[in-house]
Write a protein of this length. Structure first.
Lengths: 154, 154, 154, 154
């Protein structure tokens, strides 16, 4: 799985990915930040918020899943040409520990970049002082669409 | 798959499920409402919000997944005894159409209720005037834990 | 999920699906039979075999998964036009009970038939005398390819 | 994900895992071999067989999934104590390329080893002369049961 060897089709992939991230209003609402954008890899960071928790006071699994899904989606987008948009076909996420942390990192990478479909995996880590704990593991399928069609249909 | 035949272990399951739902601060923050609670079935409803969208102006897939995950979790909880808590082990979600709607329904049901694990599936539907469109399909695994341990470990 | 309303693009879908099934040598090797082929629905049947078991003497989960995956794939194929081939993009399967039975049925149906991607779900049931027990639940994504390209790439 | 740091609870895990593998009649029938057994990691190898193919002459996805599922299951078992058995709760597999090869390797590793549940991921690689091609990516949930109960229920 030499995910570091991916060559981006669009040399300006980082600015394109960052624009797409900002265009998602949900990201600002949830306090997500796009920390790192590389060819085939993306990291999203966010902080614990009391208004996004489940019944035990930890971050809600759906919020963790949103970060994981988005990290996969934007990882896939880094390798697409500039006339393409990315949509999530599906993802599967395992929750490995309660999402108890001051801050969180969702890290994803492309495992296979195909003409139509991209396969990614990644993890979400909770940060407590010095220590990082994996809280979720994700595997996702993304599809590349013409930018003009992306809002119409999948 | 006679999911209608499930007998709840706790006759007061509805009030217990509704209390647990309210205890999740994320639900109020996202505008989710627990519309229907039956033995082995739960429905969550929510409205489109411009601050929870992706780059094409539709509801973000992560928000759709949060609703689907939670509908599965609370469906599982309806069949557990009163000293148990539910945690998501994992879920898998397919996105079938853009989440374009005025309002949404996430409907889930228990397929298998085991001593430790519960398997659920469900769908999220977008409502536009009279018409409903399926936008996501979910399959999930939940675990039953002693209420006292639920915040500690999975 | 009105899976019964699907209109096949190819009126001769059944013979096409049956030819494709026979062309899979693994089906004969594993003793799988294509019991039922309808527009958007397929059923595969097979018998317990002592040489396909896991360590407790029940049918191996991988064999159950093979039946579930194939039932999804051929369900998707029933709705494709005659110049298309189907490939599995991915599937997710939950095992709900030991695969203890004299005979088994894998039943799958199309939930969403898109231009490129098809989403299916289904279950595998163990048959013991009169009684049927669900042993697995599956959700799958299939892709439609030009027949000529299907052996080359996905 | 320091999967190399796992400490086995049973120092004799390798012989126990190898015995369990041999006890699965399906492994011999499919020609699977347990090539490598380490604490938290397992590799299964097998050869192309014309009687286990799909319609284009490549190894059937179900056979690939069987190898992936089993590699995950036995990886989980390496870290369990000697009175425990392992069962697959569920797995999700992405197919990344046609399973075209002379020989195949299914490699899996434990990502999280919990008291009850174990999370694994892995891949299946096709070997052609010198070259290896990833053909599938898997993520799985396993459950640890008392050996005496494992054949009864999950």
């Amino acid at each position: 799985m030499n995910q570091n060897l991916f060559k981006p089709r669009d040399p300006n992939f980082e600015s394109r990915v960052r624009e797409s991230f900002v265009a998602q209003s949900a990201m600002a609402t949830l306090g997500f930040e796009l920390a790192r954008v590389e060819a085939g890899q993306v990291e999203i960071q966010f902080s614990h918020r009391d208004d996004l928790t489940q019944q035990h006071g930890f971050m809600h699994g759906g919020i963790i899943a949103t970060a994981a899904d988005n990290a996969c989606g934007f990882s896939a987008l880094t390798l697409m040409s500039s006339d393409k948009a990315v949509l999530s076909v599906e993802f599967k996420i395992n929750f490995m520990a309660p999402a108890r942390g001051d801050r969180f990192r969702a890290v994803a990478r492309v495992v296979k970049s195909g003409a139509t479909l991209t396969i990614c995996n990644g993890e979400v880590l909770a940060i407590n002082e010095e220590k990082e704990t994996p809280v979720a593991l994700v595997q996702a399928t993304l599809i590349s669409l013409d930018s003009k069609r992306a809002g119409i249909q999948n």
